[in-house]
Design a protein around this ligand. Structure first.
Ligand code: NAD
Length: 354
């Protein structure tokens, strides 16, 4: 089988390419080799185990330059939540219009689409109130607790990034609904080797790593009690591989699947895991009293549907995934810790913090 992967040179794309090659598939990537993600675009191009078309997913001609494929896997996106709050047009163009072209390309070729959305479509996500009712307005009432997000929960994004991911899903339904096979996967926070280390607009762990390497205290924004669901990148690529091997029935409309570990980790615990995994002397963990626009309090995937479908079970816990990231990233070049300070200052200057 030949797979066309948009964004194939990125963090998830590279892991996916390795997995699909091991399964014997031929690969072609469509990737812009965006300078924000790739410091060494030629190395990224040379490292891809297949043909790479350098082009923009918003450009129909770039898609046309890609040879025949049996499946379209759409990963390419702008991914910085904070950055999306002030680069709205760019995020909308790439994440919505790029997704529209990916869906059209799958339809034109008559092949299944597997697209990566995000848990960001849920925004603050569901809560269970003291009386057992499920609410979605993000208000923390006495006695309520965060609930795991289900695929049928309403979309309530709180960032432009989340909005564009939500619109991207709607575009897929409009382009393919009932006519073409489409699987939409909503990953939680993905971690693992090869994550961008010099992009201060994404990746809390890359910031923690920079602090560990410089012997600087780790900054946790807020009280550290916020929760996230960290999923190892190979658990996500296993699910993508499953979706490729088990295309969604076209008549049912897009098949939406959560991807996570199903376990909550607080940001404070994440920082503790990072310090425990450090290859250098332990550093302090400090709390910075700031909230960034677009950040949410709690997130975790409900994996009931994934289990019912029989997708591969997640194999990594957060502590092991963090240790894997720290070990494999330690000697890689990346931004210095103050790059994240500057990214926060940029948000402050634009009135996007409180
Ligand atoms: N990493 C996570 O934690 C996470 C979580 C949820 C969802 N996702 C989604 O997974 C997908 C892949 O994310 P990633 O972490 O690998 O990101 P990444 O930034 O590492 O990779 C994205 C790739 O897309 C390419 N790209 C960007 N704009 C493009 C354009 N206009 N045309 C062609 N190529 C373009 C980049 O050059 C890069 O190679 C994205 O859709 C992202 O929204 C990621």
């Amino acid at each position: 089988m030949r797979a066309l992967i948009s964004g194939g040179a990125g963090f998830i794309g590279r892991h996916l390419a390795t997995e699909l090659r091991l399964q014997g598939h031929d690969l072609i990537a469509l990737d812009l080799l965006s300078p924000q993600v790739h410091r060494e675009p030629e190395a990224a191009r040379a490292g891809f185990p297949g043909r790479m078309v350098v082009g923009d997913v918003c450009d129909a001609d770039a898609w046309a330059r890609c040879s025949d494929a049996d499946v379209v896997i759409h990963l390419a996106a702008e991914t910085g939540t904070g950055q999306s709050m002030y680069q709205q047009d760019r995020y909308h163009q790439v994440n919505v219009e790029g997704t529209r072209l990916a869906a059209r390309e799958a339809a034109r070729r008559g092949v299944p689409l597997v697209a990566i959305s995000s848990r960001a479509v849920y925004g603050e996500g569901a809560r269970v109130e003291a009386d057992g009712t499920r609410t979605y307005d993000g208000v923390v009432r006495p006695g309520s607790r965060a609930a795991d997000s289900r695929e049928d929960d309403p979309h309530a994004p709180v960032s432009v990034y989340g909005e564009t991911k939500s619109e991207g899903e709607q575009v897929i339904a409009a382009e393919l609904g009932g006519r073409g096979s489409a699987t939409v996967i909503r990953p939680q926070n993905v971690i693992g080797a090869g994550q961008a280390l010099h992009n201060p607009y994404t990746g809390v762990l890359a910031a923690f790593l920079a602090c560990l390497k410089e012997g600087r205290a780790i900054s946790v924004y807020g009280d550290g009690a916020q929760t996230r669901d960290f999923v190892h990148v190979t658990d996500l690529t296993a699910m993508i591989g499953w979706a490729v091997a088990n295309p969604a029935p076209a008549a049912d409309g897009p098949r939406i699947i959560n991807c996570g570990s199903g376990v909550r980790t607080t940001l404070r615990e994440l920082a503790d895991h990072a310090v425990a995994a450090s290859l250098s002397a332990p550093v302090d963990i400090v709390h910075v009293d700031v909230h960034r626009a677009g950040d949410i309090r709690d997130a975790c995937a409900d994996l009931t549907r994934a289990r019912e479908l029989g997708t591969p079970s997640p194999r990594w816990c957060a502590a092991d995934a963090v240790a894997d990231f720290v070990r494999t990233s330690w000697d890689q070049p990346g931004a210095r810790a103050d790059a994240w300070d500057r990214a926060l200052d940029e948000l402050r200057d634009r009135g996007l913090t409180s």
